[in-house]
Design a binder for this molecule. Sequence first.
Ligand code: ATP
Length: 308
Amino acid sequence: MRNEPAVEVTGLVKRYGTRTAVDGLDLSVARGGLTAVLGPNGAGKTTTVEVCEGYRRPDGGSVRVLGLDPVTDGARLRPRIGVMLQSGGVYPGARAEEMLRHTATLHANPVDPDLLIERLGLESCGRTAYRRLSGGQQQRLALAMAVVGRPELVFLDEPTAGLDPQARHATWDLVRELRADGVTVVLTTHFMDEAEQLADQVVIIDGGRAIARGTPDELCRGGAENTLRFSGRPGLDLVSLLNALPADTAAAELTPGNYRIEGKVDPQLLATVTSWCAQHGVLPDRLSVERRTLEDVFLELTGKELRA
Ligand code: ATP
């Protein structure tokens, strides 16, 4: 049982009228890990998460969460999972602290609400009605409510959207602690640095399907088109340098004395460049290899045009 994935989605299909929001999606989330689900606007992330949470009924495929069917076993599943919705999902008139304390009472072994209030900097808004909280305060309260019941699995839909840098870091720290405590975390985000910092596994969704998956490192290394930069004296003979390098390598002097080499930057290429520099009496300064970022990978896979 402990080896079975926390979430297993196979061939999920979800339609809204004639629109297919999720189109045969496969997703497997290991227990105890943090999976970040990335994708352009309208890719189907929220719909997928909402099906896993039992809020939406799939039109096709199968979904198991902690070994249960979220629709038919919802009553057994709900006490074991924490959910942070994009829209908050709380009563607008209720006071922040009351809501958190009430949510805590619904669970057998909750986290102390005061601890969460302090951790998430919500001390000053305890008596404020939910609808009067700022957007960032509402987000932090929703996060507190998602984790107060010590869930085995927590779904966080864009947990740091609209947060200031301090609140963002407080959220990241809390998410890291959840993971260290063995909680499985599934989060959707548009922040590539968030996924790079937190995730064990990244799944990129587009058009309702998973189009790439792996650790952030695996995704950034895949297809490794990297960049090597160095500085030296201006006007180096780049034709001669390129003659020493593989055919699909490009070299440019961006500003006088600042060079960029693009291609399959591996140890051999680095050795060839430094050896060429040695032969030409050049001491390469500020030599650096730049890896692709997750954002580069994301844009390569999903394109740069805006989504409708
Ligand atoms: P975002 O990054 O913008 O939050 P997302 O990846 O979470 O997007 P979804 O919210 O799952 O995407 O939406 C997937 C598609 O389904 C979109 O085309 C959206 O317009 C459509 N959709 C979502 N919810 C509904 C709904 N309740 N009724 C009709 N269409 C919907």
